[in-house]
Design a binder for this molecule. Structure first.
Ligand SMILES: Cc1cc2nc3c(=O)[nH]c(=O)nc-3n(C[C@H](O)[C@H](O)[C@H](O)COP(=O)(O)OP(=O)(O)OC[C@H]3O[C@@H](n4cnc5c(N)ncnc54)[C@H](O)[C@@H]3O)c2cc1C
Length: 291
């Protein structure tokens, strides 16, 4: 966890971040605490470090997705659909004939009778960079509650692409293909993102320390910063999300999503497949078209 310390910590990561900050953090802070920036240069290094707030900046190449609650099963689809023909008995009818249930779900999926797939819910806790949330929240048929950058200080956790993340695009807009970068390109991406995030977070902290409101100070933070939210979807809206946010061979309508939102979709789909195996299998068998 990122921490703020009043003195030098032994942790390597804290020390290395301190090096990155030495040239900028004290100059902004010293005048507040001691009245003169000029005096700072006269301080021996030990004393200088001792007076700093050290900020441990965390860089992550993964995204957190956890299923926190689910009320979702294939039976939920079947009882909702059968109400058309057998009324309230449909609830008792659910497990009577699994094969027939599977056929019914396939029919509903294939002919795009979507509403029976809405009587269920899956709630996820997701920690993702802001640039992923911008794409995610375009999916309006979902419920969201996100942490507030107005009511709490945002933690210094930033996304940096891992070296397994393709860097180079080719092809045309709407259907880009991605390929690995060179070692130099990976190093450049790594250092450019880390330097700019570190600098931005230092500016954020300086503004907070100067008494500026969180909602104003956060304006300096980049879209790589992580934010967390609960997301609740039903199987119908989730299938729509999965059809658009994963690139999968055999999809009737191929999609070319950004890799990072696809990482979220992959975990969603694993949970969906486990909770609603028949529905998931028919979604795939019908070309990943959301009903
Ligand atoms: C690869 C990719 C590239 C993209 N590029 C861009 C881009 O360049 N610029 C950009 O702005 N967006 C872009 N998007 C976002 C995209 O246009 C959709 O906003 C996003 O995928 C959400 O899809 P949705 O509307 O189907 O989802 P939801 O909002 O969850 O809606 C689900 C379904 O509900 C129905 N629905 C929801 N709201 C309405 C409504 N108001 N009126 C009628 N029907 C409604 C529709 O049937 C819809 O499919 C991109 C998405 C993808 C996957």
């Amino acid at each position: 966890m990122p921490t703020r310390h009043g003195c030098v910590a032994n942790s390597t990561s804290v020390i290395s971040i301190l090096h990155g900050h030495l040239w900028r953090l004290p100059i902004a802070r010293y005048p507040q605490r001691h009245g003169s920036a000029a005096k700072l240069a006269d301080q021996p290094p030990d004393l200088l470090v001792d007076r700093l707030w050290l900020v441990e900046i965390e860089f992550r190449s993964d995204i957190t997705v956890e299923l926190v609650r689910a009320n979702a099963s294939d039976a939920d689809v079947v009882f909702a659909a059968r109400v058309s023909t057998v009324g309230e008995q449909s609830l008792e009818d659910v497990d009577a004939d699994p094969q027939r249930s599977s056929g019914l779900i396939n029919y509903l999926m294939r002919d795009r009778h979507g509403s029976p797939f809405e009587h269920n819910s899956m709630t996820f806790f997701v920690k993702a960079p802001i640039f992923v949330w911008r794409e995610h929240m375009r999916h309006r048929i979902a419920s969201y509650n996100e942490e507030s950058g107005r009511y709490r200080e945002l933690l210094p956790v930033f996304y940096v692409p891992g070296h397994d993340r393709p860097l180079i695009q080719s092809g045309k807009p709407g259907a880009y293909e991605f390929h690995p970068g060179t070692a130099e390109q990976y190093d450049l991406v790594d250092s450019a993102i880390k330097d700019s995030c570190t600098s931005a977070y230092a500016a954020y902290m300086n503004m907070l320390e100067a008494g500026v409101a969180r909602e104003v100070a956060r304006m300096v933070l980049p879209v790589t910063i992580f934010s967390s939210a609960y997301v609740t979807m039903n199987a119908r809206s989730l299938m729509n999300f999965l059809s658009l946010r994963r690139k999968v061979e055999g999809s009737h309508f191929p999609s070319y999503p950004q890799r990072e939102i696809e990482m979220v979709a992959e975990v969603y789909e694993d949970h969906f497949a486990r909770l609603m195996p028949i529905t998931h299998a028919t979604f795939i068998a019908n070309g990943r078209v959301a009903p």
